[in-house]
Design a protein around this ligand. Structure first.
Ligand code: PR8
Length: 483
């Protein structure tokens, strides 16, 4: 069986009943417990917290290598600071949590808990930036932000306590800001690639850009239920925030001007959701090796009378691999090998090593890779090379499989009926659009999906009229349901 067929055969539930499949995995594979009694707030269990922390490290390493300074900013801001950028406040109105400080009448005060940190960080940029020598300024932090989401919450996908990394930069010219857009896209693309996640890189239509931005670029990952999962966004803010927060600098020629800014955010919980849903199958998680809490599990197959030899051999193998990979020797005595297989498959452990009397005699091990469930015999002296190869190959396979699925999900539609059917069939639909707000609304109402934007990485010219009004199309856009 090809790995494609194997995957669709082993993903029946994932594709037909995604919500049930996903919720079961969250709890059974110890990702999150969604039963905390405040809506939109999750308890991250041992595997969920571990994987998210690994993702954080992967991202932060790349941010720091490219000159982003790690800083930590406060959780709260004031009404006045928050209200400075009119569009921004409008974008978040009704979505913020507030702290009411109740003293006597005069000292009553309200603090706003960050839904994002522009209004907290930019007053500090104003103090720090004096001249062109201070630019570019690039800072980042991995923190939780809080949004009183009005759309239905979903564990990991749409939460009210959002674990993310946000980066904020200031530049002396629009050209340097554009260069920064490319750098941010490259950093996020690299991390997602190292996790095998495939996505569409889309420039959002103007009506859906970040509040206060000139334009927004988004990473939309595919999801088995047809709803795209926006895992990260890069926003070019132009000088909008600089003007609101009065962030100016002395240029090389001695004159003063406003800085050009960017902010970009990487949603850790959504990336975790993408790992689970793009790679997982009906047996459970299938984890990319880089983030797997356990990368290798060794399971001794004990036969009466030969327990000692097998255990000794299993321990030898354990000692050989444990310093290179996160390894568990599952020597629980009250659990059958079958139950252990089931458990470690659910946990998504990339490689399983079985050793029994046959392996002891032959000086071999039996490896099983989680992504394809293929079993491989390997002699003990070639073990390290074989595992090294397999870890890379598992990631390559996950990435290619995910890419192929993304391409399979993208469907062209030339009429509203075609588009509606494609969205109902859980696809991402490519349509031609004239660019008018009126037609965008018509598309949303008729098709049941939203215009997510046009490709940012490649130019796609419309070869047909607007799907809604039949007039000349300005662009090709992707339409899908979204979280
Ligand atoms: C900004 N300011 O705010 P953004 N649940 C899970 N993940 C979420 C949620 C949610 N409710 N809302 C957003 N995200 C800019 C950039 C500083 C950083 C994740 O941008 O509003 C999504 O992955 O686009 C989103 O792409 C990212 O946070 C950034 O949020």
């Amino acid at each position: 069986m090809t790995s494609e067929k194997q995957q669709s055969a082993s993903c029946l539930k994932k594709f037909t009943n995604f919500t049930v499949w996903f919720d079961e995995i969250l709890l059974n594979a110890k990702i999150v417990d969604n039963r905390f009694p405040v809506k939109g707030f999750l308890v991250y269990l041992e595997n969920g917290a571990y994987i998210m922390d690994k993702i954080r490290k992967m991202l932060e390493e790349k941010l720091e290598k490219t000159g982003h300074k790690l800083m930590l900013f406060p959780l709260v801001t004031t009404d006045e600071l928050f209200a400075k950028e009119a569009e921004h406040i409008k974008g978040f109105s009704g979505e913020v949590f507030k702290i009411e400080l109740k003293g006597d009448k005069e000292s009553q005060r309200t603090l706003i808990i960050r839904p994002t940190s522009e209004t907290i960080i930019y007053p500090m940029f104003k103090l720090w930036i004096r001249s062109h020598a201070d630019l570019p300024l690039k800072v980042h932090q991995s923190v939780n932000v809080y949004r009183y989401e009005t759309k239905a919450t979903r564990p990991l996908y749409r939460v009210r306590e959002i674990p993310w990394n946000e980066a904020h930069t200031a530049h002396e010219s629009p050209t340097d800001a554009e260069r920064q857009v490319r750098e941010a896209i490259e950093i996020y693309s690299q991390v997602l690639k190292e996790l095998g996640i495939s996505f569409l890189l889309l420039k959002r239509p103007d009506f859906d850009k970040f509040a206060g931005a000139v334009y927004s670029i988004a990473f939309d990952a595919w999801n088995p239920d047809g709803r795209v999962n926006q895992v990260a966004t890069v926003h070019n803010l132009g000088r909008n925030f600089a003007k609101a927060y009065d962030i100016t600098f002395e240029k090389k020629d001695g004159s003063r001007g406003y800085v050009y800014q960017l902010c970009y955010g990487f949603g850790y919980s959504r990336v975790l959701a993408a790992i689970i849903s793009q790679h997982g199958d009906d047996r459970g998680l299938v984890l990319p090796p880089a983030v797997a809490p356990t990368q290798i599990v060794i399971i001794p197959i004990l036969f009466k009378g030969q327990e000692k030899e097998v255990m000794k051999y299993a321990e030898e193998i354990y000692r050989e691999v444990k310093d290179r990979w996160r390894t568990v020797l599952d020597d629980r005595e009250d659990v059958t090998p079958g139950e252990k297989f089931y458990h470690w498959e659910l946990m998504g452990t990339p490689i399983r090593i079985e050793v029994g009397p046959k392996e002891v005699i032959e000086g071999t091990v039996t490896l099983t890779r989680r992504d394809t469930l293929e079993r491989i015999q390997c002699s003990k002296d070639k073990l390290i090379d074989k595992i090294t190869f397999l870890m890379d190959d598992i990631l390559r396979n996950l990435r290619e499989r995910s890419e192929r699925m993304l391409h399979k999900l993208i469907v062209d539609a030339r009429s509203m009926e075609e588009a509606t059917k494609a969205v109902d069939d859980k696809n991402i639909v490519r349509v031609a659009w004239c660019g008018s707000l009126e037609c965008a609304q018509k598309i949303r109402e008729n098709v049941g999906g939203e215009i997510r934007g046009e490709r940012y990485d490649i130019a796609e010219r419309p070869d047909r009229p607007c799907i809604a009004c039949g007039k000349e199309a300005r662009t090709i856009v992707y339409v899908a349901r979204a979280y």
